[in-house]
Design a protein around this ligand. Structure first.
Ligand SMILES: *Cc1c(COP(=O)(O)O)cnc(C)c1O
Length: 354
């Protein structure tokens, strides 16, 4: 056998990305926090009109950034659009962190963070979640060193659904040096109903080292079109634009995002249906005896501990595909109303066998 190509060892050691198994078509796929609703008719109309795919898209997403800038009361330079907010996370990590630097985040949190940090060559500093699944912001602030370049705060946290409160966030920001970039990942902010939850929009003016990340993938139901955005200081977002792969946000994605903002009321009405279903599922699971965090996102977290793999199988047999994070728990998205009885039946069976 010939000698293997010399790769960066830390990259070769990363687990290759494998998407959850393609579900049996009759199963409910509740493993990726997707929106169960089909696109709005108005969005589909726009998609049909933007099929000139022989042309490159607008590389600067000028129109979408203008619309977002207007709604957030910022300038267009203070808005950045990426091919999903995961792309923007990657760009900001590359812009601020290099080998020898540190990126702090809570753990368990979004699965994409560790790999994206490794790609930069920097080190991940994972601060364990509180027992209730929330961020331990005091410990996160205490873990900041001379080497820290970025702290990521995920609220609601994927996969536990716990929020950071405004008060907790402000207390935290008061301890973070202004030279450290704070990324507030609000991929699920539209599903938040707790008035105490942090909302980055109102805090940007006060914190010159804060960037807020949002996405059209979850509440707006455009996961397959890959559009996310960031709001923050222009010079920081310029650095993200410099590390971005040019032209990766498609024209169709930009048009669909603009149409979604134009029809936001209809979309937010659907979000309301999802959050009401979430609260109903949460209550039913609590009634079964589960001690689970009060999720503020479009998923719930079942702390199945070392029984996680077994529990995931019980759900799968019941026709529910979940995301298993052994040995901690299961993340189950709130999807079709018709999935709820199966979901609760499987959860009840797991309770019996635990
Ligand atoms: C889903 C998700 C994102 C972004 O997803 P994109 O589809 O890339 O916009 C970002 N952060 C968290 C925590 C998520 O769960």
């Amino acid at each position: 056998m010939s000698a293997p190509v010399r790769l960066r060892p830390e990259i070769a050691a990363l687990p290759p990305y494998r998407q959850g198994r393609q579900a049996d078509p009759s199963a409910f796929k509740l493993s990726s926090n997707e929106n169960p609703f089909d696109p709005l008719p108005a969005v589909l109309d726009v998609l049909r009109d933007s099929l000139q795919v022989n042309r490159y898209p607008d590389a600067a997403a000028v129109e979408l950034r203008r619309v977002l800038a207007e709604r957030f009361g910022v300038t267009a330079d203070e808005v950045h659009v990426g091919a999903g907010s995961v792309a923007i996370l990657s760009q900001l990590f590359l812009a601020a962190a290099k080998p020898g630097d540190e990126v702090v985040y809570s753990w368990r949190s979004f699965e994409a963070y560790p790999g994206l940090v490794t790609v930069t060559g920097a080190d991940s500093i994972q601060v364990p979640n509180r027992p209730d699944g929330g961020h331990d912001l005091d410990a996160m602030a205490a873990s900041i060193t001379e080497r820290t370049r970025i702290v990521v705060v995920c609220s609601p946290n994927n996969p536990t659904g716990e929020i950071v409160t405004t008060h907790e966030f402000e207390t935290f920001m008061a301890k973070v040096p202004e030279t450290v970039l704070v990324l507030l990942d609000e991929a699920y902010v539209e599903f938040v109903t707790d008035p105490d939850a942090v909302n980055g929009e109102s805090l940007l003016e006060r914190h010159p080292n804060l960037v807020v990340l949002r996405t059209f993938s979850k509440a707006y139901g455009l996961a397959g079109l890959r559009v996310g955005y960031a709001i923050g200081p222009a010079y920081v977002l310029d650095a993200a634009r410099s590390t971005a792969i040019p032209l990766s946000v498609t024209g169709i994605g930009q048009q669909a995002a603009i149409a979604s903002l134009e029809h936001e009321d209809e979309l937010l009405e659907r979000v309301g249906r999802i959050t009401r279903l979430r609260d109903r599922v949460w209550q039913a699971l609590a009634d079964q005896g589960w001690q689970l965090p009060r999720s503020q996102a479009n998923f719930i977290w079942l702390p199945t501990g070392d029984q996680t793999a077994h529990a995931a199988e019980v759900f799968e047999k019941a026709g529910i595909i979940v995301r298993a994070f052994a040995p901690e728990g299961l993340r189950i998205s709130i999807g079709e109303t018709a999935s709820v009885d199966k979901l609760l039946g499987a959860a009840q069976e797991v309770v019996r066998t635990l």
